[in-house]
Design a protein around this ligand. Structure first.
Ligand SMILES: O=c1ccn([C@@H]2O[C@H](COP(=O)(O)OP(=O)(O)O[C@H]3O[C@H](CO)[C@@H](O)[C@H](O)[C@H]3O)[C@@H](O)[C@H]2O)c(=O)[nH]1
Length: 376
């Protein structure tokens, strides 16, 4: 933007491993005519850090340094004596409310590999899908399966993540859940080093979209089972919920319903919305790999146009007949024993399995891709 000076505040967390790439980015931004503010946490972890900051500020006197004083954490709270963790601060979760209140774009400079970023994004939801509600258990068996990425061996999971009530683990989980609120990711890597992971991340197809149209109100117990099913599927999701379940008071809205513990857990794995979304935009998004739909005909046409396989759950009217078209053409699957919406109570376990099947079925993906071509 000619004539506009872009102001960027950089806020590295503790440790040289974070500071160094941040200062490189700062130098690059200055080179590109940005006004840079550097927020420096105090106390620093090491002398090396404070010396590097001083040298940097002498070389770039135009940088505005903003001191950020950390409140001391005791070793018991942190469950660690490592000074790095004692200076730890949950940057993503703490900063988002501030940037949101100021309407500022929020970028993250992820200072590790793209593979680690994938792990960071997915591990909490994979863990939540395997941990029963409220058990507090942090144990994890088997490898971490992330869609389209070489599985991360169990032995590579950072050990601190499996220490119950560890500060690092708590920050990791809390921050991961907030990643969707960030505007952009900057990662310090390149094609030659992480080609496959970068490509997958760019094309990542791992989100299931759930919507039964704006006219379908479900009973609260069934809504709850859908939530449970989404958690069990382990998939990221965008779920648009009709905000007046049929067995709830007219005045009650989703926010009140969302007080439910399950809804709170779900927000860590996906987005639950009770507002109108731009469904065309959602269906066309490259991350969306499956659609749980009532099979309103417009939804079916849109899914076909964007090559998104459907898990059909007709609710009424023409929707079973539309679902038959979906199945006949290989665009999706229909669980016949689920009946019409409201007719049969479908448990979360079954819903979770069906969503896993939808998201993993290669034949459906292939057929949906062919139909996309024909639709165009
Ligand atoms: O949050 C939302 C919800 C819906 N839509 C759009 O609204 C339309 C919804 O149409 P459809 O999928 O056909 O569902 P209904 O609104 O339920 O459609 C009614 O009309 C259809 C066409 O006759 C019938 O097939 C359905 O059974 C009937 O319920 C689609 O274009 C969606 O993209 C959004 O953009 N955002």
């Amino acid at each position: 933007m000619s004539g506009t000076i872009v102001h960027v505040a950089l806020f590295p967390s503790a440790g040289m491993g974070h500071l160094t790439p941040f200062l490189r980015l700062a130098a690059w931004l200055i080179d590109n005519h940005c006004q840079v503010g550097l927020i420096t946490p105090h106390p620093t972890v090491s002398l090396a850090e404070s010396e590097l900051i001083s040298r940097f500020l002498s070389a770039f006197p135009q940088v505005n340094q903003i001191h950020f004083h950390l409140l001391p954490l005791d070793a018991a709270t942190a469950n660690s004596t490592d000074p790095f963790y004692l200076c730890g601060v949950s940057l993503i979760s703490s900063v988002i409310p501030v940037t949101e209140s100021q309407c500022l774009a929020n970028y993250i400079l992820f200072t590790s590999s793209v593979r680690m970023l994938s792990f960071f994004s997915f591990f909490p939801s994979v863990l939540a899908s395997r941990t029963s509600a409220g058990s507090g258990s942090a144990s994890f068996d088997g490898d971490v399966e992330i869609p389209e990425i070489l599985p991360i061996p169990n032995s590579s999971i950072p050990p601190l993540l499996l220490v119950p009530n560890n500060l690092f683990a708590n920050i990791f989980m809390e921050d991961s859940a907030k990643l969707t609120k960030l505007n952009r990711f900057l990662v310090n890597s390149f094609e030659g080093l992480e080609a496959q992971t970068l490509q997958t991340l760019d094309e990542e197809k791992s989100v299931v979209y759930v919507s039964f149209g704006s006219r379908t109100a479900m009973k609260w117990p069934q809504i709850r089972e859908i939530g449970d099913g989404l958690m069990r599927s382990g998939c990221r999701f965008l779920w648009v919920v009709e905000d007046k379940p049929v067995d709830r008071d007219e005045e009650e809205n989703l926010d009140e319903v969302a007080e439910h513990e399950l809804m709170e857990r779900m927000r860590k794995q996906g987005l639950v919305m009770n507002t109108w979304v731009n469904q065309e935009e959602v269906s066309s998004h490259k991350a969306v790999a499956g659609f749980v739909s009532h099979c309103g005909w417009n939804s079916v046409i849109e899914a076909a146009y964007h090559g998104v396989p459907i898990l059909a759950w007709p609710q009424n009217g023409d929707q079973k007949i539309n679902a038959e078209v979906v199945v006949t053409n290989g665009l999706g699957m229909l669980m016949k024993n689920w009946g019409w919406g409201g007719e049969i109570f479908v448990k979360g376990e079954e819903i979770g399995e069906a969503i896993k099947e939808l998201m993993g079925n290669e034949l459906l993906k292939m057929k949906a891709a062919e139909l996309k071509e024909e639709a165009r």
